[in-house]
Design a protein around this ligand. Structure first.
Ligand code: FAD
Length: 422
């Protein structure tokens, strides 16, 4: 069969790979499909996802779990290729899904490589051309279609282009923000960009003492004494601040607030009065101990010691018998609301996703095609859309990528039938 038309997908990450596959399905082999990827291999980022296990979707995916100027833009694509279709698609490629807490879905083998390999094998089966080491420098608009040029001056022509270059997060895995420059040059507006789903840096001298500790608790962002957002889960202390799923979720709310504090509740199952009562009972029973061991069995020991010090206990050798009600009140307050000033966020190198991106209002939500430049499609993280931690970002990559690939192929089929009819 002579293939007379070409779709070129720029970026071979999650959204680009599925876009190419969807285009191949929709064109039934009649269209040439090429993926241009700047790295030496496809899908490097997928291998790093979910701590190497790839949390590839979430059964609760809906616009409520996404951020951006217009999170409802995703609704149509999420309907076109929903969580059920995603699970069916990967199941069809041999990846058996396993659902864990909060609707997170992983491959049953617990290996991110399973997801990447399944996509790679399907790309191979469908005879999709893959050009790795092809770092796209420019997209030239031609009378008929596009010419894509690399930094090494290689060129490839296309009737339709799908831009799936990702954002700026974790540039060592491929996405270095170059997609934004390409889109800007083609007349598209990009909103402010900032790292999201990233660790929060703190200003505190006790960080070294807590570094490496994981605790379950509730963490909030407080500005001018008011907590604006809260998340519960496992908090990891590091020598620069805090990390962990609830912290990643909150990171989107830190930029822009110079006076933001994190506010940790180390005992979210207890009201402050109950914590006070409990501490008083312990103080009465454990008189023979020093403060260093007062929290044993209640809080992580190192956390307990930091709370004691921050509550004004000068020396941890102080006998518990010397604790008075005032100190107990302050300690209870610190256990329930431990405030530490934030010091910004870790940067792009540590971020999982990009907040901000190509403004969605310039695109058709049903097809992912640009309203400003016909024949140009976008998908994935390059858009001003990012999701919560928990499989939502990959689901957006699958849904938007599938939609862009399918409709890019269909629009070629439509234009060909118009020519034949004419
Ligand atoms: C450490 C980490 C863990 C994560 N864990 C999860 C998780 O468990 N679940 C979840 O849902 N999400 C997770 N994410 C987020 C998720 O991986 C991304 O949102 C998703 O991969 C975005 O897909 P994408 O195709 O839009 O972009 P990317 O996956 O970033 O792919 C873009 C591709 O385009 C290529 N490219 C860029 N510019 C050019 C150019 N000029 N020319 C040619 N090629 C180019 C890049 O090399 C890259 O391969 C994680 C992210 C990170 C960094």
């Amino acid at each position: 069969m002579i293939k007379i038309s070409t779709i070129v997908v720029l970026g071979g990450g999650a959204s680009g790979m599925i876009a190419a596959v969807a285009a191949a399905y929709a064109s039934e082999g009649r269209i040439n499909i090429t993926i241009c990827e700047r790295m030496a291999r496809l899908g490097r980022k997928i291998l790093a996802t979910g701590n190497g296990r790839c949390n590839f979707t979430n059964v609760n995916a809906s616009p409520d779990h996404y951020f951006g100027a217009d999170p409802y833009f995703i609704k149509a694509a999420l309907g076109e290729f929903d969580v059920g279709s995603t699970l069916e698609f990967f199941r069809g490629l041999g990846v058996i899904p396993k659902e864990e807490g909060d609707g997170k879905v992983y491959p049953y083998s617990d290996q991110a490589s399973a997801v990447l390999d399944a996509l790679r094998f399907e790309i191979e089966r469908l005879n999709i051309n893959v050009r790795t080491g092809f770092d796209v420098k420019d997209i030239e608009v031609r009378k008929r279609g596009f010419r894509i040029v690399s930094y090494k001056n290689e060129a490839v022509c296309a009737d339709r282009v799908v831009v799936a270059c990702g954002g700026c997060a974790s540039p060592n895995l491929g996405s270095n923000g170059s997609g934004f420059k390409l889109m800007e040059k083609l007349g598209h507006r990009i909103s402010d960009l900032s790292p999201a789903l990233v660790q929060i840096r703190l200003k505190a001298d006790f960080l070294k003492a807590l570094s490496g500790i994981k605790v379950k608790g509730k963490v909030g962002i407080s500005v001018n004494g008011r907590i604006s957002h809260e998340e519960e889960g496992e908090i990891l202390f590091t020598d620069y601040g805090i990390s962990g799923p609830p912290v990643f979720q909150l990171s989107a709310f830190v930029p822009g607030h110079k006076n933001a504090y994190i506010d940790i509740d180390f005992m979210p199952d207890y009201e402050i009065n109950d914590v006070c009562k409990l501490l008083k009972q312990r103080a009465a029973k454990l008189k023979h101990l020093s403060m260093e061991n007062f929290f044993n069995g209640l809080l992580n020991k190192r956390v307990g010691n930091v709370i004691a010090k921050c509550s004004g206990i000068g020396k941890l050798s102080l006998p518990v018998s010397e604790l008075n009600d005032d100190f107990i009140g302050i300690i209870a307050q610190n256990i329930k609301s431990f405030k530490v000033k934030t010091d910004g966020l870790n940067g792009w190198n540590n971020a999982q996703v990009t907040a901000g991106g190509v403004l969605t209002r310039q695109f058709n939500e049903n097809t992912m095609e640009s309203e400003r430049l016909r024949g140009l499609y976008c998908c994935g993280e390059i858009f001003d859309i990012h999701g919560e931690c928990g499989g939502y970002n990959l689901q957006w990559a699958w849904s938007s990528g599938y939609t862009a690939g399918k409709y890019a192929a269909q629009s070629i089929a439509q234009s060909l039938s118009t020519i034949e009819d004419g």
